[in-house]
Design a protein around this ligand. Sequence first.
Ligand SMILES: *[C@@H]1O[C@H](CO)[C@@H](O)[C@H](O)[C@H]1NC(C)=O
Ligand SMILES: *[C@@H]1O[C@H](CO)[C@@H](O)[C@H](O)[C@H]1NC(C)=O
Ligand SMILES: *[C@@H]1O[C@H](CO)[C@@H](O)[C@H](O)[C@H]1NC(C)=O
Ligand SMILES: *[C@@H]1O[C@H](CO)[C@@H](O)[C@H](O)[C@H]1NC(C)=O
Ligand SMILES: *[C@@H]1O[C@H](CO)[C@@H](O)[C@H](O)[C@H]1NC(C)=O
Ligand SMILES: *[C@@H]1O[C@H](CO)[C@@H](O)[C@H](O)[C@H]1NC(C)=O
Ligand SMILES: *[C@@H]1O[C@H](CO)[C@@H](O)[C@H](O)[C@H]1NC(C)=O
Ligand SMILES: *[C@@H]1O[C@H](CO)[C@@H](O)[C@H](O)[C@H]1NC(C)=O
Ligand SMILES: *[C@@H]1O[C@H](CO)[C@@H](O)[C@H](O)[C@H]1NC(C)=O
Ligand SMILES: *[C@@H]1O[C@H](CO)[C@@H](O)[C@H](O)[C@H]1NC(C)=O
Length: 560
Amino acid sequence: MKDSNPSTEPIGQNLIKLISNLCFSVFVFSVLIITVIAITYQPPDPWLESAPALTKLFTESENATFQNDNSILKTGEDLTLGKAESPASGPVGFSITEEVIEKTEERIANLTPKSDSGCDESRVLNCSDPRVLLAVEKFNLRVFKSIVFLDYQTPLNGSKEEECDVSWRFRNKKEKSWRKYRDFRRFRFGVGENCTYKVVHAGGWHSGINARRSRSRISNATKGRPSSPKIAPPVQDEEINDTIPSLGSEMNFRKGKYLYYSRGGDYCKGMNHYLWSLLCGLGEAMYLNRTFVMDLNMCLAATYNPSNKDEEGKDFRYYFDFEHLKEVASIVEEDVFLRGWKKWDRSHKRKLPVRKVVSHKMTPMQLKKDKNTVIWRQFDAPEPENYWYRVCEGQAANYIQRPWHAIWKSKRLMNIVSEISGNLDWDFDAVHVVRGEKAQNKELWPHLNSDTSPEAILAKLKEIIQPWRNLYIATNEPFYNYFDKLRSQYKVHLLDDYKELWGNKSEWYNETMILNNGRPVEFDGYMRVEVDTEVLYRAKTRVETFYNLTKDCKDGINTC
Ligand SMILES: *[C@@H]1O[C@H](CO)[C@@H](O)[C@H](O)[C@H]1NC(C)=O
Ligand SMILES: *[C@@H]1O[C@H](CO)[C@@H](O)[C@H](O)[C@H]1NC(C)=O
Ligand SMILES: *[C@@H]1O[C@H](CO)[C@@H](O)[C@H](O)[C@H]1NC(C)=O
Ligand SMILES: *[C@@H]1O[C@H](CO)[C@@H](O)[C@H](O)[C@H]1NC(C)=O
Ligand SMILES: *[C@@H]1O[C@H](CO)[C@@H](O)[C@H](O)[C@H]1NC(C)=O
Ligand SMILES: *[C@@H]1O[C@H](CO)[C@@H](O)[C@H](O)[C@H]1NC(C)=O
Ligand SMILES: *[C@@H]1O[C@H](CO)[C@@H](O)[C@H](O)[C@H]1NC(C)=O
Ligand SMILES: *[C@@H]1O[C@H](CO)[C@@H](O)[C@H](O)[C@H]1NC(C)=O
Ligand SMILES: *[C@@H]1O[C@H](CO)[C@@H](O)[C@H](O)[C@H]1NC(C)=O
Ligand SMILES: *[C@@H]1O[C@H](CO)[C@@H](O)[C@H](O)[C@H]1NC(C)=O
């Protein structure tokens, strides 16, 4: 966009300008169309159908600087449009809907002997009575619209006579993955019409402590549902299984074909850069039908570290769902692979056939016919020639599709996300406030700093969000009290309000420590961004910094 003032220029000149602009637009548009066609005619790849992924494809061009928004991290569970993917096995998409409840109601009605006098109003509440569960199912369906309820367990006694604790597993409709989370709440019941119960009070997130972890008790009501032939007992979904798979037999190793990227200039770069590069490697491996050799070691860039230094020795599994990755992509962990390779070379006369590739200019298409067991891409050139993602530039971009669907956020972090949004009963609004370096850079973002001042935010939010709503603020502003002004109008929640979720008494702390050989893992900036992103996406009303709070462009002046 030019900043010219048409009224001061002669009409002819304007006309020429207009025409040339128009021609250029047509040109750009046709290039875009051709690109879209070229891409959509590649071998089918489900994620490409999703518009956000396409947008990402176009916006993160070859020369992506990765200076763009570091306070948000989109991954597969945010991108896939439409229905959530189903797991390869197990209960496929079964959830407790109104129809299911009606069917159960009918069944119960048929079971109970028909009599008009039937109901004893003074009866003692029996938590295992299927009508209790029905009341809860109906209540949940009415109250938590953004939740898909997957299975319930038979309610257990609460702390008082008229109370029961109920546990269930759920998905959030906003998360495009099949992963399941658990909630258990305490309910108080009253007597409804026709021998039914009704919920008169529902406790908050994880309040039904008697029902916590009683996996073996599967509700008979759920088991016997007529419309659910495929329902399987809940697997231990909360036992996250992201162990590193071993190679199997030597012969198996030899039969495989591998794509090995040695460490490049991407190491210790920002997270967008990391993902963009990793997905290029994974995409090439898929294109070549090879197993990708995966380095689980990560180096966290200084910007995400409280210490403000690059930190090595981080584990991929702190941030991403390795279990999902190994299910959907063919991968082998680097150390396992190298050990297998060494062992083979030591014990056999003929060494493993290897093709070394030293330049990213060698395209994936040229390697398609290569029969060597290992294709070893080396990235020893000086920056920026040593970035993994350069393999996917140019022509290659038409052949390689980044498998965004393979990257989900760590389930351990997602449990924190569920905890936070569950605590707010999934009924909250959120504002994303980008500050940090961008707010200080007046050249590229002239108004950002003032537009994200507490006063300006408050004035803007008043137009959009009702007073006293729960307001979650996802932000890279480090100063906790910065948003205090908003507390005069809203119930403000910041990530740091939930410190105990990763504190040394938390499940997360225990679980990540196991990955780290028994040493505690620091909750770092990268994790904060992931949790912030997902809580933000679960909000009912979402206010963004760019185009909602400020008119500055996301990627700097004149980029929108
Ligand atoms: C990338 O940068 C190079 C040199 O800086 C430039 O020639 C090229 O046009 C750029 N490509 C895109 C897609 O922006
Ligand atoms: C509660 O209801 C269940 C199922 O209807 C029944 O098996 C059980 O005996 C009842 N318990 C009591 C104490 O009434
Ligand atoms: C639940 O409470 C009922 C009465 O309130 C009692 O009869 C029953 O034994 C209790 N069940 C358990 C498992 O404690
Ligand atoms: C109670 O039963 C009557 C007759 O069967 C029916 O008309 C009415 O809708 C029922 N009420 C509820 C709340 O189900
Ligand atoms: C649930 O069903 C099993 C058989 O499928 C039965 O043995 C058990 O008693 C039932 N439990 C309840 C609470 O109805
Ligand atoms: C975890 O997954 C691996 C495959 O990646 C499998 O071999 C192993 O049995 C699983 N462990 C458990 C406890 O399910
Ligand atoms: C991919 O490789 C596997 C085994 O390495 C083979 O069975 C399969 O046919 C290959 N697929 C294609 C499309 O080349
Ligand atoms: C947990 O953290 C608190 C405060 O940071 C500290 O006082 C306590 O000793 C820690 N406990 C353990 C078991 O590390
Ligand atoms: C974490 O581990 C410690 C020691 O193993 C245990 O006492 C504690 O209950 C665990 N905390 C959680 C939340 O699992
Ligand atoms: C934020 O801006 C976008 C684009 O202008 C608009 O579509 C959206 O409705 C705005 N959101 C709110 C909450 O006002």
